[in-house]
Design a protein around this ligand. Structure first.
Ligand SMILES: Nc1ncnc2c1ncn2[C@@H]1O[C@H](COP(=O)(O)OP(=O)(O)O)[C@@H](O)[C@H]1O
Ligand SMILES: [Mg+2]
Length: 489
């Protein structure tokens, strides 16, 4: 197909009258007769809407009665959301009997919006009859016979002003802000018949427009102007429950391969898997470690022997937070154990008992062969200097837990050791709680853990100390392994 504005359209207007009246059956027939799957599974074959896709389309394009003004389809990745959105956009452009149809495809960024735009364009290119009807521009597909157009737009309030859309399709609504959603609603409200259709995986946070709309949809199933179609696994299901996968992923075993999902289960953090693969809202409980994974590794009968080589991780606080001293054995089977945790019992005047902490450090150095004490210096510099004097500069290390380039790899190492059952621990309840309180944020350097919010009483200091301890134990264990290898020569 030649691109460009100059090409005149010589083909007669297409006659869609044998597709029936506007509505879901007409859309289904339009897809089957005019649209080909653009890529991937079934590429170039007629776009046959699956039964569950028809269920979605029926909600949006009922054969009789009014159409909803807003639609939201929430489902996991890889279930053909973008593909279905492209088909709906094409139907709205060509075949919905709308003079001067204007279809806007909106997404968080231009690139994402172009996914649907490019799919539409490719679908048109794959059908001679549609191709003859259109002029294709860089940022617009135009149908001169009906004066209809389709455009990709970025999700910015400014970019959304001045249009009069008959359909707005938003891909991946979860990243769209309240202001952008309002701008789209405002734009779409001008015609007698228009729809704002969002299609998305669940978001990262319940503090979002998408969550607000999901809650509205769940609570108002009779609202004819707003339709929610949600595919999600049952709340709290096991991660590897493949029956639950099927509930959330209607395309599973069809154009979504089950072994691809199995492979992802092994490499994806639980909250991300729940969101992207199970369609669930993990929201506030964006826990770092999978449920039960830490608890499963408890081995309280293992006693760390006197003079056993260990490292100690220390995360101290001046007042409000808690202070933790956690040990880890150095050797092939790392065992994490709590030496001491000092927590504010909820008294504003409480101060951490520094001399108790000092005594606990002394007792540990006395009892074990402490290869290293790695301590976060925040608020404890003078103690750390004293310990360095007492136990030797070589054995007392300042380990800044705010430095992402150290903390992120250490955090990833801890996560991997837990999920691959490569450590054991003493079953300490406070450490288990702190690990459960930790929420993770992905960074370019790896994951970092945080409290659920600033100032939260849900402490994580013992978790931080444990991460440091395991990281340093691995370092010393590798070092002694290297030494052993050398001595064999
Ligand atoms: N009936 C169908 N509906 C939608 N997509 C289909 C269908 N049959 C095959 N596919 C293909 O399945 C893949 C689904 O991917 P995509 O639409 O990007 O999913 P999502 O947006 O949900 O992540 C695409 O490559 C698409 O071409
Ligand atoms: Mg998509």
């Amino acid at each position: 197909m030649r691109a460009g504005p100059k090409r005149a359209i010589t083909a007669e207007p297409l006659d869609f009258s044998d597709l029936g009246r506007p509505g879901w059956t007409r859309l289904q027939r339009f897809a089957l007769e005019y649209v080909k799957v653009p890529k991937g599974h079934g590429a170039r074959k007629p776009f046959k809407l699956r039964k569950w896709q028809l269920d979605i389309v029926k909600e949006l394009y009922p054969s009789r009665g009014p159409r909803p003004r807003q639609g939201l389809v929430s489902m996991p990745r890889g279930n053909g959301k973008s593909g279905l959105a492209a088909v709906i956009a094409l139907y709205a452009l060509f075949a919905d009997e709308e003079e001067g149809a204007q279809v806007l495809v909106v997404a968080s960024d231009e690139r994402q919006a172009r996914i649907i735009f490019n799919a539409c364009r490719r679908m048109i290119e794959l059908d001679e009859r549609l191709a003859e009807q259109v002029q294709i521009f860089q940022d617009r597909i135009y149908v001169p016979h009906t004066d209809s157009e389709l455009r990709p737009l970025p999700a910015e309030p400014g970019a959304l002003q001045g249009w009069d859309p008959s359909l707005v399709v938003v891909d991946e609504l979860h990243v769209v802000t309240e202001a952008v959603y309002d701008a789209m609603l405002l734009a779409a409200g001008k015609r007698e018949r228009s729809m704002l259709l969002a299609i998305s995986t669940p978001g990262e946070s319940t503090d979002s427009v998408m969550w607000r709309l999901v809650e509205h949809g769940r609570a108002n199933t009779n609202d004819v102007s707003f339709k929610l179609v949600e595919y999600a696994a049952p709340e709290g299901c096991a991660l590897d429950d493949e029956e639950a996968w099927k509930i959330a992923n209607p395309a599973l075993g069809d154009f979504l391969a089950v072994d691809a999902v199995r492979a992802q289960l092994r490499t994806t953090r639980e909250p991300a898997f729940r969101r992207y693969r199970l369609g669930q809202w993990v929201g506030q409980v964006d826990r770092w470690l999978p449920w039960g994974a830490w608890e499963d590794l408890a081995n309280p009968t293992r006693v760390v022997a006197d003079r056993e080589p260990v490292v100690l991780g220390f995360d101290g606080s001046a007042s409000g937070d808690s202070t933790a001293l956690v040990g880890c054995t150095v050797g092939p089977d790392p065992h994490v154990f709590v030496v001491g945790v000092w927590q504010n019992p909820g008294d504003v005047r409480w101060r951490v008992p520094r001399s108790d902490v000092d005594d606990a450090v002394a007792a540990a150095f006395d009892r074990y062969d402490v290869l290293e004490l790695a301590a976060d210096p925040w608020g404890w510099r003078s103690e750390i200097e004293a310990w360095a004097k007492r136990y030797g500069e070589r054995r007392v290390l300042q380990w800044n837990t705010a430095a992402a380039n150290r903390m992120a790899p250490a955090t990833d190492r801890f996560y991997a050791a837990v999920t691959q059952s490569e450590l054991s621990h003493d079953g300490n309840a406070v450490l288990a709680t702190h690990l459960g309180n930790a929420v993770a944020k992905s960074t370019a350097l790896g994951d970092l853990i945080h409290k659920d919010k600033r100032g939260s009483p849900r402490k994580i200091d013992a978790a931080v100390a444990a991460i440091v301890a395991l990281d340093r134990a691995a370092f010393h264990s590798n070092k002694s392994a290297r030494r052993r290898v050398r001595s064999f020569k």
